[in-house]
Design a protein around this ligand. Sequence first.
Ligand SMILES: NC(=O)c1ccc[n+]([C@@H]2O[C@H](COP(=O)([O-])OP(=O)(O)OC[C@H]3O[C@@H](n4cnc5c(N)ncnc54)[C@H](OP(=O)(O)O)[C@@H]3O)[C@@H](O)[C@H]2O)c1
Length: 425
Amino acid sequence: MNTKGKTEQDSVRRVALIGFGTVGRAVAKILSEDRERGLRLTHICNRNVERKKQPWVPEDVIWTDDVQLVLRADVDIVIELIGGLTPAEQIVRGALQSGKSVVTANKQLIARHGPDLLQLAASHGCRLEFGASVAGGVPVLPALRTGLCGDRLHGIAGILNGTCNYILSRIENARIPFSEALEEAQARGYAEADASEDLDGGDARAKLAILALAGLHTRVVPESVRARTIRPIDAVDFDYAAELGCTIRQISRADLKEGTLFADVGPCLVPIDSPFGRVQRNLNLVLTSGQYAGDMAFLGAGAGGDPTAVAVVSDLIFVAASLSAEAGKASSVSRAEMSGDFETPWYLRFFVRDRPGIVARLAEILGAHHLNIDSLLQKPGFDKAALPFVITLEPCRDSVLRPALEKMAELDFSIRPCLCLPILR
Ligand SMILES: NC(=O)c1ccc[n+]([C@@H]2O[C@H](COP(=O)([O-])OP(=O)(O)OC[C@H]3O[C@@H](n4cnc5c(N)ncnc54)[C@H](OP(=O)(O)O)[C@@H]3O)[C@@H](O)[C@H]2O)c1
């Protein structure tokens, strides 16, 4: 008997792919083209699978639309790439319960059920990896799992939604209205027809929940993170932001302080020459802050079939190696009190029907709430019937500012709700 041959055979991990769409196809391509990685693609599963078959897939791969057949098969690792919660959750649970490790790129699933699924994986001696679920091809989750796990992280902030970043950087560079930038993003395939999840922060807060789980070891229910929309951002806000040395980006941030997790998602002013300020188009950037190593930055393609597939295959390689080394272990996860009550300077943009006494009235309300004005910006040349101007405030807590904003919302000279953005320095 050739014992050397047998050992090599045993070390090859059998891999089944469920979901042959944008990412699944790119993963299958890598696994089919490069068979020297100790991974053998054995099954491809998709609904109505006949129309999906590709000549470049090796002949010994079984094409099927029967998920149960895959879950019963002799495979070591299942890749879930169908997306959404149903039936992805049942598939992932079924795979883990039958002792198969799982690699997924599914942010909804991990943001909602990540801690339970990690526990399930550990109790069955297998692994669950989800490196592609945040920032696509940018290896930030693997970095949190390995390269930074020796630090004690207390903060994570990121540009996590390429659609928002594309739209904001287009308004910034071309000074076009929000609606035009959205249409352009949709025409180029960077935004879906219904882009609400992206624009209103739902997508980014699911990703922030996963980063908080992986980097801050804290369980976050995505809906408990306050999300503000980018829809009211106007080209004029970039003019005023520039006067303050800033631009505007959708930022997702989580800071762990004395057992409370301060977290929110939404448009913020950021210095124009800062890492966030320099991120253009649909790129993603994640910054981490640690007690020992300080700040780290991860920048790259947050989406796209090929970059995301690289993250999936990297997870596969990691799982294959760790299956040989040891059974899965769940790292401990704790719950923190949640808060969106950051203390920051603020940018308040008003659109008013001009008349004497407006600034005095606003200053009176701010003063009554013990809020200090830092600057007042008003560009010349605007129509007095729709005059934009900006007040910036010295740092204060969101909870102190809110009652003042409610009072201002009652004023009859405002023709749009006041846009209120944190200024990150
Ligand atoms: N695309 C990216 O850039 C990117 C980046 C990061 C993470 N991700 C994540 O990666 C995952 C896959 O994304 P994707 O862009 O590849 O999606 P996709 O192109 O829509 O592919 C999904 C595939 O799964 C199949 N499918 C859906 N429901 C199924 C079911 N119940 N049973 C069997 N097959 C089913 C679909 O078949 P049909 O052809 O019949 O619809 C399709 O082939 C998602 O979780 C996504 O959030 C994607």
